[in-house]
Design a protein around this ligand. Structure first.
Ligand SMILES: NC(=O)c1ccc[n+]([C@@H]2O[C@H](COP(=O)([O-])OP(=O)(O)OC[C@H]3O[C@@H](n4cnc5c(N)ncnc54)[C@H](O)[C@@H]3O)[C@@H](O)[C@H]2O)c1
Length: 341
């Protein structure tokens, strides 16, 4: 397949492109390149692609494409809360526009990177499946719910959107993100000797390795239409349904000498959900996640040591909000996060 991969220069896209290539697909990227410089280790060999803002996509970008994998977004809760209107413009409106253009161009499958954050404040220890009520508690999560709804309205006999509700990702990517929980805790442990948890540690936070997400999307791309058409799937594994305090313990085991400190200073985090991942395993026979949290913590610690992670990189270069604030402060991007040059 010829696959348009939006967000190919992000944390997940950089891992996904080679997995798609290895499965025999031709990948065309599309990204504004906001985090293209967030590289830890060797510079990745990106597929050819369009450097374009999602809000400026035209019919030309989707012409001749068999499928779209749509990852590009302002990708986390702090970003979304800082600029909710931008989150809705980019994550919601521009995503739905892209889907319309794709449908009009005859694209048959549209894999959308949604999130388990759509379950929001489910509370309790029960496993939530895809038909659970959606209770997003941030503009970021709300934007994902709105896109799912609008894509559903676009689905028809020729156009199959698929809602891939990823758990929180972890693991090494050549374009690193340090603002997701495991990547953050491992970095902090190495740099300071402490596994520092600012919440009270009790929320459930299911995790999934970036490489397992890439494998799941690759499998969904060619799955029979009836298995995936207009369906939501939680992407992850029950063995990685963990609380933040458990994640911290795994990190302390992976980084020798590191001690867990749970300060609770940020209070209880309302985002807590424990997730049932069985629907995707049933739809895609033979699929299962390969990575555990502990393996991911060891992998990250090795990569951070090998590539010489510094405190400055950790706090600025690999933290999405800090990168965008710096780009804005230097005038590289305007206040709508568009490049000035
Ligand atoms: N990483 C996770 O834990 C996680 C979990 C669930 C869902 N997701 C979703 O997966 C997708 C990818 O996440 P990620 O971790 O790789 O995020 P990321 O921030 O590393 O990458 C997002 C990419 O989108 C691009 N982008 C942002 N705004 C754009 C715009 N206006 N025009 C064009 N490109 C733009 C950025 O330049 C970046 O390369 C996102 O949709 C995110 O919401 C991620």
């Amino acid at each position: 397949m010829r696959v348009l991969l939006t967000g190919h220069q992000g944390y997940l896209g950089t891992v996904m492109a080679p997995v798609l290539n290895a499965a025999g697909h031709e990948v065309v990227g599309l990204d504004a390149g906001l985090f293209a410089g967030c590289v830890l280790g060797p510079t990745p060999a990106d597929p050819s692609g369009h450097r374009v803002d999602l809000r400026d996509v035209t019919a030309e970008h989707v012409a001749g494409v068999d499928a779209v994998i749509h990852l590009a977004a302002l990708s986390n809760d702090p970003l979304g809360s800082l600029a909710p209107e931008l989150t809705y413009d980019i994550n919601h409106h521009a995503s739905v526009r892209l889907a319309r253009l794709a449908r009009d161009a005859g694209v048959r499958r549209f894999l959308y990177a949604s999130t388990c954050s759509v379950y929001g404040a489910t509370g309790g220890d029960d496993l939530v499946a895809e038909d659970a009520p959606l209770r997003p508690v941030t503009p970021y999560a709300e934007s994902k719910v709105r896109v799912e709804d609008d894509l559903h309205a676009l689905s028809d006999g020729d156009f199959s959107p698929v809602y891939m509700r990823n758990a929180t990702a972890f693991g090494y990517s050549p374009r690193l993100r340090a603002d997701i929980v495991l990547n953050n805790l491992v970095g902090h442990a190495l740099l300071s000797g402490e596994v520092l948890v600012l919440s009270d540690g009790t929320p459930w936070r299911p995790l999934v390795h970036a490489a397992d997400i890439a494998r799941a999307f690759t499998a969904a791309l060619t799955a029979p239409r009836e298995a995936v058409h207009d369906r939501a799937f939680n992407i992850g594994s029950e063995i990685n349904n963990v609380t933040v305090a458990e994640i911290a313990e795994q990190v302390a085991e992976a980084v020798s000498g590191a001690k867990v400190r749970i300060t609770g200073e940020n209070g209880a985090d309302p985002r807590s959900y424990r997730v049932d991942f069985s629907r995707f395993r049933a739809a895609i026979r033979g699929f299962d996640c390969e990575w555990t949290v502990k393996q991911g913590a060891l992998e990250l610690a090795d990569a951070y040591r090998k590539h010489g992670l510094t405190k400055d990189d950790f706090e600025r270069r690999f933290t999405r909000l800090a990168v965008l604030r710096a780009a804005s402060a230097t005038g590289a991007v305007d206040d709508t996060l568009r490049w000035r040059r």
